[in-house]
Design a protein around this ligand. Structure first.
Ligand code: 4AZ
Length: 303
């Protein structure tokens, strides 16, 4: 009897440690950054080159301009092996052209294609039913890939914020993208840019000298009062990523949506809140935490 108990306990302990060992160094199902250093000295417009692998859920959405050339259009975030989250305005007026577009994963410098990178096509697009291009209300969309993404150190799924977390209190926020480096520029950046931004309350953002009421409850506002650092054209659809002060893992709390110019004073970037649209996202990707098939889907980070 005692031996049986001993064996039982040992087996449970072994399982526990084996589980831990196989999970390490990827203890979570999302938000892992195997290549990112733990230092955030960091410091788009006013950003700096991101090191390869810093934001492994970032996607470059590209449009063909001729037989063999594609150009970066918008950013996106990997939710799981099948779904990408982006902004609706990246896809508006595109009818079925998106099916000739491509998605590039694991990229840092877009002009060079490394072995860590993956490319795939789009098999389905879901634009929010109530997207309004005049107000940019409901600026959110999903793209499904034509073959499953396989994760590596440069390609990992993003976390979304818990329903219960107060994203407006998150102090450690970054934007990243291949968008233009200056408001007047026409070419996207070849190297992924990142910048630290401050969360600004919607109330402040909506004040008269700022956006005068145009920012909705479904938006987040991030940047600087004085401008200088901001997202810009081509960063759209890409992530605003924040973590709670002591947390290790970043969540994609916003999608780059719009702004008055780029990096102008009192005109910070406006982002679609992923927390506001969490039920919409989970419903569309048919997220079901008890379904084994969905194990790689979003995460333990959902409240
Ligand atoms: C754009 O045109 C755009 N400064 C994206 C972000 C911002 C402005 C414009 C925010 O896609």
């Amino acid at each position: 009897m005692k031996l049986q108990v001993f064996i039982h306990v040992t087996t449970i302990l072994l399982w526990h440690f084996m589980d831990y060992a196989t999970a390490f160094p990827y203890p979570a199902t999302c938000g892992n950054r195997p290549l990112a250093s733990h230092e955030f000295g960091s410091r788009i417009v006013g950003g700096k080159d991101a090191l390869p692998g810093t934001w492994p859920w970032l996607v470059s959405i590209q449009q063909p301009i001729d037989e063999e050339t594609f150009i970066h259009m918008c950013g996106g975030s990997i939710l799981n092996t099948r779904w990408i989250l982006t902004a609706a305005h990246c896809l508006k007026d595109q009818a079925n052209y998106v099916y000739s577009w491509r998605l590039v994963f694991g990229g840092n410098q877009l002009s060079t294609f490394g072995p860590e990178m993956q490319i795939c096509g789009i098999s389905k697009k879901i634009v929010h039913e109530n997207y309004d291009s005049r107000t940019e209300c409901n600026d959110i969309a999903l793209l499904s890939v034509d073959r499953p993404i396989s994760y590596n150190k440069h390609i990992q799924p993003a976390c979304l914020p818990r329903k219960t977390s107060d994203v407006t209190l998150m102090t450690d926020c970054y934007i990243a993208g291949w968008g233009v480096l200056e408001e007047e520029a026409t070419e996207p950046s070849d190297i992924l840019q990142e910048a630290r931004v401050e969360m600004i309350s919607n109330k402040r953002c909506n004040s008269t000298a700022w956006y005068n009421g145009a920012v909705g409850i479904y938006n987040l506002c991030a940047g600087y009062d004085a401008g200088g650092i901001d997202s810009c054209q081509g960063d759209s659809g890409g992530p605003l990523m924040c973590k709670e002060p002591k947390a290790k893992i970043f969540s994609v709390v916003g999608l780059t949506s719009w702004g008055s110019g780029c990096a102008q004073a009192r005109s910070p970037g406006i982002y679609t809140s992923t927390q506001y649209f969490l039920n919409w996202i989970l419903d569309k990707i048919e997220y079901n935490p008890t379904n084994k098939k969905h194990e790689d889907m979003i995460s333990s980070h959902l409240g």
